[in-house]
Write a protein that binds this ligand. Structure first.
Ligand code: SIN
Length: 291
C-alpha cells in the first residue's frame, strides 16, 4: 500500500540557524516542493531531512535540482573516485576494510571551515547523508556567518572592511596535506597556494553580507604584515567561533540528510570513538566567485 505524505512543513530549530523539512520524500519532490525548500534554505541556512530512507540515486537527483554538482575532490586530487558509479559523490567515513580507508576524514575532529573556500569559485552548498552513525560523538556544528558579521565589534569590522583574505589550499579540515601538494611552501602564508576572496561577502540570493573566513590555519589578510594579519584573524576567529548563540548542533541519526549553504555558514565536526562506524555520502553544489 502506498502512503501519500501531507504537505511539506518547515520546522525551525529555534537556534540562530537550522530547520527540519518535514513530510518530504526527496525522491518524489515536485517543483513546488523544491521552491519551498529553496526559500527555507535561504531563511534557515541549514536544512535537515529526517525520517525517510532513500538511496544514492535519490540523493544525487535531489542535489542536482539546486545546481550542477562538483566531481568528488578525491577524483580531482588522487584520480581515484571513492564511488565510481557516482563520481559526484564523496564518501566520508572512518570505516576500513583490510586496513584500507573506504572514505575520507577519519574519526578525528574537523576544525571549523567552509567547504573549498580555497577555490576561485567555491561551492554554493553541500549535502551530507548519514548511512551509519556511531553510538556517540561525531556531531556536526554549524555557525551563521551573517550573525558572526552582524555581531562583530565596530573596531574589528572597520579593520576588515574592503579587505581580501587568502585561503589555504594545501590542507583539509582534518589537517591532512592534500594529494598533489606535497613539497609546496607552507611556511610563508603570503605565498601559500589558494584563492583570494573578499573577507566580507554578499550572498547573491539574499543580498545579506556574511563574514567569509574559510579555515584559520595558513590564511592571510592580503596586504598586511603577517603579524598584523595573524592578530586580526585570531580576533575574528575568536569572535565567530566563540559564541554558541549563533550555532546549531546536528546530532546525527541514520538516514538524516543535511544541506548547508557555504556562502553564509561554517561547520566543524567532533571526533568520535574509532571503534564506532560512521559513513556519510556527500554531494557538493558548484558555485560562483564570491563578491
Ligand atoms: C565535512 O566537513 O564535509 C564533513 C562533516 C562531517 O563529517 O560531519
Amino acid at each position: 500500500m502506498s502512503t501519500t505524505l501531507s504537505a511539506l512543513e518547515v520546522v525551525p530549530s529555534g537556534a540562530a540557524l537550522g530547520a527540519d523539512i518535514v513530510n518530504l520524500d526527496i525522491g518524489a519532490a515536485t517543483d513546488a516542493d523544491i521552491a519551498a525548500v529553496r526559500t527555507a534554505w535561504r531563511d534557515h541556512l541549514v536544512l535537515r531531512f529526517r525520517g525517510h530512507s532513500f538511496g544514492d540515486t535519490a540523493h544525487l537527483e535531489f542535489a542536482k535540482r539546486f545546481g550542477p554538482l562538483d566531481i568528488s575532490p578525491n577524483t580531482r586530487f588522487s584520480g581515484q573516485p571513492w564511488m565510481p558509479d557516482y563520481p559526484e559523490m564523496s564518501r566520508i567515513s572512518n570505516i576500513k576494510i583490510d586496513g584500507e580507508a573506504t572514505g575520507s576524514l577519519g574519526d578525528g575532529e574537523l576544525v571549523w571551515h567552509t567547504d573549498m573556500s580555497y577555490l576561485d569559485e567555491p561551492p554554493t552548498g553541500s549535502l551530507l547523508h548519514a548511512l551509519e552513525v556511531p553510538p556517540s560523538g561525531g556531531d556536526t556544528k554549524f555557525l551563521s556567518m551573517y550573525d558572526a558579521l552582524e555581531t562583530l565589534p565596530a573596531d574589528l569590522r572597520k579593520a576588515i572592511e574592503g579587505r581580501q583574505i587568502k585561503h589555504d589550499q594545501t590542507h583539509n579540515s582534518s589537517g591532512t596535506l592534500r594529494k598533489g601538494l606535497e613539497g609546496v611552501e607552507i611556511n610563508d602564508v603570503t605565498k601559500i597556494p589558494g584563492a583570494v576572496h573578499p573577507i566580507i561577502r554578499t550572498h547573491p540570493e539574499t543580498g545579506r553580507k556574511a563574514l567569509y573566513l574559510g579555515r584559520r590555519a595558513r590564511s592571510y589578510l592580503v596586504g598586511l604584515p603577517v603579524d598584523e594579519s595573524e592578530e586580526l584573524l585570531d580576533a575574528l576567529w575568536d569572535h565567530a567561533t566563540g559564541n554558541p548563540a549563533i550555532q546549531w548542533v546536528q546530532e546525527w541519526q541514520a538516514d538524516d540528510l543535511i544541506m548547508w549553504d557555504n556562502r553564509c555558514v561554517m561547520h566543524c565536526r567532533d571526533s568520535f570513538d574509532p571503534g564506532g562506524r560512521r559513513l556519510m555520502h556527500r554531494t557538493v553544489i558548484l558555485g560562483d566567485r564570491p563578491y
